[in-house]
Write a protein that binds this ligand. Sequence first.
Ligand SMILES: C[S@@+](CC[C@H](N)C(=O)[O-])C[C@H]1O[C@@H](n2cnc3c(N)ncnc32)[C@H](O)[C@@H]1O
Length: 332
Amino acid sequence: MTVHHLPVGDHDPANDRSATAPVDPARLDIKSKQELYHDWEAASYEEKFSISYDQRCIDYARDRFRKVVPEGAGFGSVLEVGAGTGFFLINLALGECLDGARLHATDISSKMLEVCRRNGEEHGLDIETRQGDAESLPYDDDSVDLVIGHAFIHHLPVPGTAIAEMYRVLKPGGTLVLAGEPTELGDKLSWMVKRTTYRAFRAVTAVPGLTRIRKPSIRESGGSEADEVLAGLEHEVDLHTFRPADVEKTARLVGFREVEVVTEELTANWFGWAVRTIEGSTAPGVLGARWAYGAFHGYLTLQRFDDEVLSRVVPREVFYNLILHARKPYRS
Ligand SMILES: C[S@@+](CC[C@H](N)C(=O)[O-])C[C@H]1O[C@@H](n2cnc3c(N)ncnc32)[C@H](O)[C@@H]1O
């Protein structure tokens, strides 16, 4: 599992000139790849996904949580699994969803957890972190009131094992909330959007004079061969998409009750991926504040349309994002 001997520097390809040794991903098992890739990505992760700790992201995290957990529910302790830099945990705490709870975070990447601790400190939150594998959690049985996760079980070789582990560490009566996981059908549709947007972007920017707005490659921006190899792992670490009914069934099989899966984001997701594809392909400084404003408000408008109109008529399998809510019974 430990791959820290690989000299990958401080993991920000834009700043890092020290990553010199090529890494051979073929030598690594999938969990070592996850750790290596996310350690490398930790320094630039929040910029890549436009993560912040302000009203925009607080609203996003709180809205996901409040779709399945009512106002007034209190928790003595909360554990985020696959916490990354703390996006979900910290924004939920700032959004007053976790008042008074002791905050814990675990992740396979120690570099992600370093950023998570630092982010917590910057917002007056004391987060206890432990590096570990979601499929073998470093916590005692029956020890946590609420387990949360966001956008991470699709990275696990056997997601059901992690759901069983979350069941084990929850106290009887405890709550599980997993959000931001891709549905099978939603993901297929979003790939079509990403591919079409990318092709259109490349065609438009092939016009003489416009090629300069393309983002420079890792090597052109000073990254090393190792950075290039590590960045390429992005395509190997996303392992799963999910059918809502299968996720419900898995949760029930490991013992959870009051299981429910809700899905969300259809047109908002297509819009979001198109925006992100363009942002990820464009040189820094080209798009500017008006683009960011338009992207954010466009997303919110479509999200309301998805929630208020499409969710009444479109089957839940078609939406992109899945939220699982479940409870560990007092007696199994
Ligand atoms: C896409 S990031 C999501 C991070 C954070 N939850 C968020 O929403 O920003 C996926 C996270 O899952 C973590 N991860 C991958 N495999 C894992 C495993 N087996 N056990 C624990 N964490 C894992 C990665 O290190 C990474 O931080």
